[in-house]
Design a protein. Structure first.
Length: 388
């Protein structure tokens, strides 16, 4: 893969002298959805597919970016002296935003550079292609400019780029999972404190299967920001009598006891999901550590029901994939993953039934929805890094 990308770099930029290669994975969240911006817990893992990059420094202040995934757009070029989010620059606004975030800290990015990107994350699938390109750009900047910065700070700057430069009010989970991923482990992350713990994923005779609805969805123009503001309104109502900084601090019992404080019934439903999902995540990780995979699967199922009924971020495509999965033999648990409104589901399926699962769910989905779903049996890998 890397050798081929270096050859591509030479074709696009003229030669391949003094280049280095980098990688940042995609991620899937096993449970804990829409909790990361509510001060709750999440349980994501990095995947073995992601975003590759080949880069080298220039002597001027121009940045030249090219993506094999968007070949038709050609080389996108801009100056370090003019970092603006331009619609015409499309995907390149994500790495541009990371440069902007680094510059905000007065880090020494004094020269331009050239990068060829290639991602094998299904674009728009909700497996964090945007955070992946942000983190691989962060690793490139650290390496090319010898910046003394740790991964957690790069995670924070990548999130800043998405929030302030791109304009998507995402939480920390995607960038954290991609930056801090560890092979064969998921990360229990408390997004309120950023305390984290690695939990080994031992599914014994089962595997993680990601099912892609193939319905594209963009966070910026979805109802993602609306859901976040609804949770913030519910929190403000609760704070009139409760000394809390986030919904993630509440137990189910505390929320039910104080639900009269939340004026709007829709906002209560959003808060209910955030609080219950946070507790589900803690229960799920405990079950996994105790090798109680059946309880883990049931909590995944409950998570989807909550996302469908209380948070209302699923839609017919995701619901169809999950409901079809629940009918299949050998499925331990299944739920939507990511922001919703399209994207992917994550299922735990016994290995002996995976082929049947893909065949049956695929056929029934196509019959009901009218187009194909895609399926990936995935492995858990390490986080963003420079490649040898």
């Amino acid at each position: 893969m890397v050798k081929e990308l270096i050859e591509d770099f030479s074709r696009v930029f003229g030669d391949c002298k003094e280049v280095n290669a980098y990688f940042a994975p995609g991620r899937v969240n096993l449970i804990g959805e829409h909790t990361d911006y509510n001060g709750g817990n999440v349980f994501p893992c990095a995947l073995t597919f992601g975003t590759y990059a080949v880069a080298r420094k220039r002597e001027d202040r121009n940045v030249r970016l090219y993506s094999k995934n968007f070949d038709e757009l050609g080389i996108i070029e801009f100056s370090l002296d003019k970092l603006e989010n331009l619609k015409a620059h499309d995907w390149a606004n994500y790495p541009k935003g990371v440069i902007w975030a680094f510059n905000n800290l007065n880090l020494n990015i004094d020269k331009g550079f050239e990068v060829l990107f290639y991602g094998n994350i299904p674009n728009g699938a909700g497996l964090s292609s945007s955070a992946s390109i942000e983190l691989v750009t962060s690793v490139i900047l650290k390496d090319l400019f010898n910046i003394d910065i740790d991964m957690i700070k790069m995670v924070d700057l990548s999130k800043l780029a998405e929030n302030k430069f791109i304009g998507v009010n995402c939480g920390i989970m995607d960038q954290f999972a991609i930056g801090m991923g560890k092979e064969k482990c998921a990360i229990l992350l408390d997004t309120n404190t950023l305390k984290y713990d690695y939990a080994e994923i031992d599914l014994e005779d089962a595997s993680i299967v990601i099912s892609n609805t193939n319905k594209r969805r963009g966070l910026a123009d979805s109802k993602y920001n609306e859901r976040r503001s609804q949770c913030e309104e519910a929190l403000r109502d609760l704070q009139k009598e409760l000394n809390i900084n986030s919904l993630g601090e509440l137990s189910e019992e505390e929320l039910e006891k104080n639900k009269h404080l939340i004026k709007d019934s829709i906002n209560f439903k959003r808060a209910k999901h955030a609080v219950y999902e946070n507790q589900r995540t803690l229960k799920a990780v405990k079950a996994l550590k105790e090798k109680d995979i059946l309880t883990f699967g049931k909590l995944m199922n409950d998570s989807h029901v909550s996302l469908r009924d209380d948070y209302e971020v699923t839609g017919i495509e995701l619901d169809t994939l999950v409901e079809l999965a629940w009918e299949e033999k050998g499925v331990i648990g299944s739920r939507m993953t990511g922001a919703g409104f399209g994207g992917c589901t994550v299922s735990i399926v016994k290995n002996e039934f995976i082929d049947d699962f893909i065949k049956h769910v695929g056929e029934k989905y196509r019959k009901k929805i009218g187009y194909e779903a895609s399926f990936y049996v995935v492995n858990i890998g390490d986080g963003a890094r420079k490649l040898d």
